[in-house]
Design a protein around this ligand. Structure first.
Ligand code: LLP
Length: 427
């Protein structure tokens, strides 16, 4: 995270605290978030997007990592929130998140979730399909309310990222194709209990290129012009999703947020002008880019297994159950040792987890100083999509999460215990 330093002992410091001491005090695996770093990222988004285009609603995509502490931090920075389940909505509510700042996404919301969205008066319900549209219309009618909705559309753009995190293509399970969306708009215009404010797309995640964002925007603006022409429908809002890439590896630097913002906002203005559209309210939903770099995962090294001439494994006390990303997406990380930051990294290791799967490898062929049992291995850039995708595989207890700020640490999620696991096991 921003402000991480190395002290005289060659130890990593995060938020003014020694990472090795944190590992000792709270145990490992441990996820450590730096609150100031999250705040700085929020401010960067506000500066770069709202600074250029004041009518911008910036929402944290909670799926990247949602808990009460993070919800409070992003709310206090003036961010909205994107949720995809009743569970995320309840976490946000219990953190006191203003529900009118919440957008409810999802491709198969249950009746209970839609009722909840109406009950809590969430800001927007992002409707994904016809089945949802008709159920929501009936529910809103029964309650005698008028709910603000958006439609998720598929602009049919390939963002050139990993296939498992590509979502805007026409065979995606998410959203309406454009012709279906046109039918849905006509239907929504007749629904007395729903107010369609506009359109949402999200084309994928960890997108390094700016062009796919622009292609999706252009397609959507043209669709908005078509809806105005064919149906007289005026789009008030455009939610351009998230997907901004962050830097995981030293050699792979994505565009700065300001570069994405400049390109998106200037195309939005020029295309609206060209197409004769009023400028819509813009939403963006950064998940990864808000929190990924704000946290590290700390593990303790145990067994070291050298297979001469083949590879040397350093095994840690976590792995795929707390971070599935390397196994699922072949995601790469550059780990280091919190207790030996100044040592020369001249050995090659494969970092293995502790789970019963050969695929449980956190990093392949990485350079480290000679690793010894007891060393504290750091996985940087671990704030997004690790903890929220974690599992209890092998009856693993999910790690503790600590928030540090200006030299103070507090536990924001306690480590799970076997009692937690047994609570749902009724025998
Ligand atoms: N908005 C919507 C509607 C989304 O579906 C997503 C992510 C976001 C915003 C936030 O995207 P971000 O800014 O974080 O890229 N588990 C995968 C990433 C899945 C993203 C799912 N949707 C990973 O670990 O790479």
């Amino acid at each position: 995270p921003l402000g991480s330093t190395i002290d005289d002992n060659g130890h990593l410091r995060i938020g003014g605290l020694d990472a090795v001491e944190l590992a000792k005090e709270y145990g490992t695996p441990l996820y450590v978030f730096d609150e100031n770093d999250i705040r700085e990222r929020c401010r960067e988004f506000k500066r770069e997007f709202a600074g250029r285009y004041p009518a911008t609603h910036i929402a944290f995509a909670g799926k990247a990592c949602l808990n009460k502490a993070i919800a409070k931090v992003v709310a206090s920075e003036g961010f909205g929130l994107d949720v995809v389940s009743g569970g995320e909505l309840e976490i946000a509510r219990s953190a006191g998140f203003p529900t009118n700042q919440i957008y409810f996404h999802g491709n198969n919301k249950s009746d209970a979730e839609l009722e909840m969205a109406l009950e809590y008066k969430v800001g927007r319900i992002v409707v994904d399909n016809f089945y949802e549209l008709s159920r929501l219309d009936a529910m809103a009618a029964r309650r005698g309310v008028k709910a603000d909705i958006m439609f998720r559309i598929k602009p049919g753009i390939d963002p050139h990222t990993h296939a498992k995190i590509t979502t805007g293509n026409i065979d995606s399970k998410f959203g309406f194709g454009l012709d279906d969306a046109a039918d849905a708009v006509a239907r929504a215009m007749k629904c007395g209990n729903l107010k369609l404010t506009g359109f949402h797309y999200h084309i994928g995640s960890q997108i390094f290129e700016i062009q796919p964002f622009l292609d999706a925007l252009k397609t959507t603006l043209e669709f908005m012009a078509r809806m105005k022409r064919e149906l007289g429908f005026i789009t008030e809002e455009l939610d351009a999703g998230g997907g901004y890439a962050v830097q995981y590896l030293s050699g792979a630097q994505p565009p700065a947020i300001g570069e994405y913002a400049e390109a998106i906002v200037s195309l939005l203005r020029s295309e609206c002008h060209r197409l004769g559209l009023a400028l819509p309210k813009l939403s963006v939903e950064p998940g990864r880019a808000t929190v990924a770099r704000s946290a590290v995962a700390l593990y303790t090294v145990g067994a070291i297994k050298d297979i001469p001439g083949v590879r040397c494994y350093a095994c840690v006390d976590g792995g795929m159950a707390d971070n599935i990303r390397p196994a699922l997406y072949c995601s790469q990380y550059e780990p280091y040792l919190a207790n030996r930051m100044a040592d020369y990294a001249d050995q090659t290791y494969t970092i293995a987890g502790r789970f019963c799967e050969s695929g449980d490898i956190l990093a392949n062929d990485v350079k480290l100083p000679e690793v010894k049992p007891g060393d504290i291995l750091v996985m940087p850039v671990s704030g997004a999509y690790s903890i929220p995708m974690s599992s209890n595989y092998n009856a693993f207890c999910r790690p503790a999460v600590v928030m540090v700020k200006d030299g103070q640490a507090r536990i924001i999620k306690r480590r799970e215990t076997v009692e937690d696991l047994l609570r749902t096991d009724l025998g």
